[in-house]
Design a protein around this ligand. Structure first.
Ligand code: IMP
Length: 429
């Protein structure tokens, strides 16, 4: 009963979608455990590009069951648009291959208004959210006034919860933010429409996963965002509002932690970050701009340019510990082709001394300066290379150095956006 968790080790956008897509060949089920449509997973198959925000990329494989778990937050209109988009491209989506947990919380229209209002109020101190209502939806969940996907199936309960919620939220919108309030009737009617369309997908996914585990099926568990955006372990408050690291997988799907057999950390060959917050290895120069352009580092959800920088071993060692990584996947190696000298941050300089420990607070991280070890780059192209032996010496040395510094085995290396542009050194299932 192997359960393999795929988790981002940086600030998201590590290329998880493609890895999940490829490993899905060995999986019976692909399940997503947290986050919402703030995520953007890009998968290129032949000449078709699929950008998925909410639906696990397992949906692109016939015969695989995709599950959106209880730990996620779901905006129904967006989910329905994503389903329609897939159908238009000839992908079959039905209650047979896509299930939404009854326990997933709904992102309501007022969550979007609250997200925008909060960011506006924060002004220069804003988080730089994706504006998808993620934080407010999780706030309602924790404050125990959230509405779950399962509530869509019971109109009276849904209405009652909505009335209670809006009695509070409308007061906040009006008095704190000075923005328009929401009518119970309008939201109720809109969501009852979604309920009809989503009915076939809404299910007790914990039961489905439990049976699959008993039956010895392979389950691929997909995280969104990354460890450094995790609500507990990330650079708080510049984080997302869910448990993006591997620990979130058990909670967000309702499977016990002892059932997880492997945790595969996705590591982009360099580092990127979208939104605000400290980033010690950021390159605010021509090289940073080069990596951004060559790597297509623009948000799949918001289109915002991603900040780019060198690989940060302090952060990666931290991610290895927090996630209990059993292996890593290196993505976008080819983007570093042709760079003369490649830096890896090994320690931080702070308060006149050095540390190899990732600090607990964003304020402390802000003070850290990177200490680099330099490696010679490589001139040859690694784009599309599919055998380790065919990689240039410089690239091999870079990979070996990462593996040695991290103490975690590299199991997969990606050299391009297409499904086939990768090498699997060890199968995680
Ligand atoms: P939120 O998740 O929309 O609340 O945004 C909080 C922070 O997480 C912001 O810095 C976003 O840019 C970042 N973020 C959220 N989702 C992603 C993602 O999928 N990739 C990268 N950054 C993300």
């Amino acid at each position: 009963m192997p359960v393999v968790v795929i988790t981002g080790t940086q600030w998201g956008d590590e290329g998880k979608g493609k890895v999940v897509d490829v490993l899905t060949e060995k999986a019976n089920i692909v399940a997503r455990y947290q986050g919402g449509h703030n995520a953007g997973h890009t998968v290129v198959i032949k000449d078709e590009t699929y950008i998925l925000h909410m639906i696990p990329s397992g949906i692109l494989h016939k015969g695989t069951l995709s599950i959106i778990g209880n730990g996620t937050v779901v905006e129904p209109r967006n989910l329905l648009e994503e389903i329609d988009g897939l159908r238009e491209k000839g992908i079959e989506v039905s209650g047979d291959n896509l299930l939404l947990s009854k326990g997933a919380h709904l992102i309501m229209p007022y969550h979007l208004a609250l997200d925008a209002g909060t960011e506006k109020k924060l002004g220069k101190d804003k988080i730089g959210t994706t504006g998808r209502g993620i934080g407010p939806a999780y706030t309602d969940k924790m404050a125990r006034r959230g509405i779950k996907a399962g509530d869509l199936l019971f109109p009276e309960i849904f209405r009652e919860k909505l009335e209670k919620n809006l009695a509070y939220t409308n007061a906040v919108l009006e008095k704190v933010y000075g923005i328009d309030t929401f009518s119970v009737d309008a939201v109720y009617n809109e969501f009852m429409g979604y309920a009809e369309m989503l009915r076939e997908h809404i299910s007790d996914t914990g039961v489905v996963l439990g049976r699959a585990l008993e039956g010895g099926e392979n389950i691929l568990v997909e995280g969104a965002q990354g460890t450094l955006l995790d609500i507990d372990h990330g650079t708080y408050p510049y984080v997302t509002s869910s448990s993006a690291s591997a620990g979130g997988a058990a909670i967000g799907l309702g499977i016990g932690p002892t059932k997880i057999s492997n945790v595969l950390g996705i590591v982009k060959a360099y580092t990127t970050r979208v939104g605000e917050g400290p980033f010690p290895t950021e390159l605010n120069d021509d090289l940073g701009a080069h990596i951004q352009k060559k790597g297509g580092e623009f948000g799949a959800t918001t289109g915002r340019p991603r900040r780019c920088g060198w690989l940060d071993m302090v952060a990666l060692r931290y991610a290895a510990r927090v996630n209990g990584l059993t292996g890593i996947v290196i993505t976008k190696l080819d983007i570093l082709d042709g760079i003369d000298e490649i830096n890896i941050c090994t320690e931080y300089e702070v308060d006149g001394g050095r540390t190899a420990d990732f600090p607990n607070t964003a304020a402390e991280l802000e003070q850290c300066r990177p200490v680099y070890e330099s490696l010679p780059g490589w001139k040859e192209s690694t784009a599309g290379v599919m055998r380790y032996e065919d990689l240039p010496e410089g690239a091999k040395q870079y990979l070996k150095t990462i593996e040695k510094m991290l103490g975690v085995e590299i199991q997969v290396i990606c050299t391009g956006p297409r499904r086939e542009e990768l090498m699997v050194l060890k199968n995680p299932f």
